[in-house]
Structures are given as structure tokens and as C-alpha cells.
Design a protein around this ligand. Structure first.
Ligand SMILES: [Ca+2]
Length: 231
């Protein structure tokens, strides 16, 4: 049985974000490092400490999120330090081909993406009780705040849900191919990766992409948005 990761509410938010011109500054707009062909890496900050968040335009430095209503408090993670390290390692593995730094200390300034890994449940934050809540976009990456609710998830599921906040923030579509990290379910159908081939969009069965068309190449989309890792 497929476990859906995304609520209708989250999808509605995602769809409304597509084509919007009210997006905050893109992480990929960061400028080049002097005298090198590498661009400043995008940053994904994993917050295991929880904190106070409120409704507003997405801004991880101000702890405001467009998917929240009112003021909410996210509890610290329930993950052990070892499990936190394992999660970061897994995420870094998936992101190795791309120009993204994964950190667990909050950057001093924007741009960055904040992934809040919390022991709270969705309902504790006024959201639906699904394991991940984030705002998808068709023109990422953005300075977004995503929430991963860590209760009852195994390490593989935690890694996939965390990746979901990063890929959807880059405009990578939800796909119906369970070999891909961006598959919209938690079915155990073997190892997943960011596929470098055209795959069908759709949450659990082929359907239209949120941002147009019916297929996407997730790897190429990630390269397009985040750029290749600097060597
Ligand atoms: Ca923050």
C-alpha cells in the first residue's frame, strides 16, 4: 500500500507557487567565488534543535514559513546524535553530484534552505499529520523552511523525506517511479537514487507534472538548478 507523502493542502500550496513571481531570492543566484570556476554552494541547513516558527514569506533566517498559520513551536528531534549523523551522511551521498553543502549549524545569512527535523507531529504545528511538509516550487531553489516529522520513521524513510524537501525546493517534480528519490511514497521497492533519465511525473501513478509536461529527468533538473559539485 502506498503511503502518500503529500497532502492535498500541500499540493495546493505547491501548485499556487508555480509561476508565482513572489518567490524569494533563489539560492542559485549566489555569486561566483573569486578566481575559481566554482560557484558558491547552495546550503541546506538541517535543524535538529527545533524552534519557534511563524507564518509569513519563507525566510529560514527569520523562521517564517508560508505553509504555517500563526506561531508554532517545533520540538527538537527525537533522533540520537548517531542517527542525526547517519541522516546527514545519507543526504550528502544523494547530493554528492550537485553543488549543495549540507550543514547542521545555521548559516549566518541567506541564502539557504532550512530542514527542520522535529519530534513534533504535523498537527502540533497546525499542519496535516503527514511525515513531511514543504513547499514545492517550479522555480527554485528558494529560501524555504521544510519540516520532517521524525516519529516512527526508519533511517531510509527519514533520508528520503529529507531529500524531498531539497528536491521539491529545486523544482524537481514528484515522480511515479519508485526507483527515484522523488517518488511520492514510502514503499520499500529497493534503493533509490536521483535518476538520470526521463521518468513519469505523478504521486503514485503516472500523471501530469506540476510544472508542465508529463516527464522529468530529475538528475538533469537538479544540475540545472543547483549546478554540479565543484571538484
Ligand atoms: Ca532558522
Amino acid at each position: 500500500m502506498t503511503t502518500k507523502l503529500i497532502t492535498l493542502t500541500a499540493l495546493a500550496v505547491a501548485l499556487s507557487a508555480c509561476g508565482s513571481d513572489d518567490l524569494t531570492e533563489g539560492l542559485a543566484d549566489a555569486g561566483p567565488i573569486d578566481a575559481t570556476p566554482c560557484f558558491t554552494p547552495n546550503t541546506a541547513f538541517f535543524n535538529f534543535a527545533g524552534g519557534d516558527y511563524s507564518a509569513g514569506i519563507d525566510d529560514p533566517a527569520a523562521n517564517t514559513s508560508a505553509i504555517l498559520s500563526g506561531s508554532q513551536t517545533a520540538a527538537a528531534t527525537s533522533l540520537s546524535p548517531t542517527a542525526q549523523a547517519d541522516l546527514l551522511s545519507c543526504v550528502r551521498g544523494h547530493l554528492a553530484p550537485f553543488n549543495i553543502d549540507v550543514v547542521d549549524s545555521e548559516p549566518a545569512s541567506l541564502p539557504y534552505l532550512e530542514v527542520v527535523v522535529t519530534a513534533s507531529r504535523g498537527a502540533d504545528l497546525g499542519l496535516a499529520n503527514v511525515p513531511v511538509q514543504t513547499q514545492a516550487t517550479c522555480s527554485g531553489p528558494r529560501n524555504a523552511v521544510g519540516f520532517v516529522f521524525d516519529g516512527g520513521l526508519n533511517a531510509t524513510q527519514l533520508c528520503l523525506l529529507s531529500m524531498f524537501t531539497i528536491t521539491t525546493n529545486a523544482g524537481v517534480e514528484i515522480v511515479s517511479d519508485c526507483r527515484d528519490v522523488n517518488y511520492g511514497g514510502l514503499d520499500d521497492c529497493g534503493p533509490r537514487s536521483i535518476l538520470d533519465e526521463q521518468v513519469d511525473c505523478g504521486i503514485s501513478s503516472p500523471g501530469p507534472c506540476m510544472c508542465g509536461g508529463t516527464t522529468v529527468n530529475p538528475h538533469q533538473k537538479m544540475l540545472e538548478v543547483y549546478g554540479p559539485a565543484c571538484q
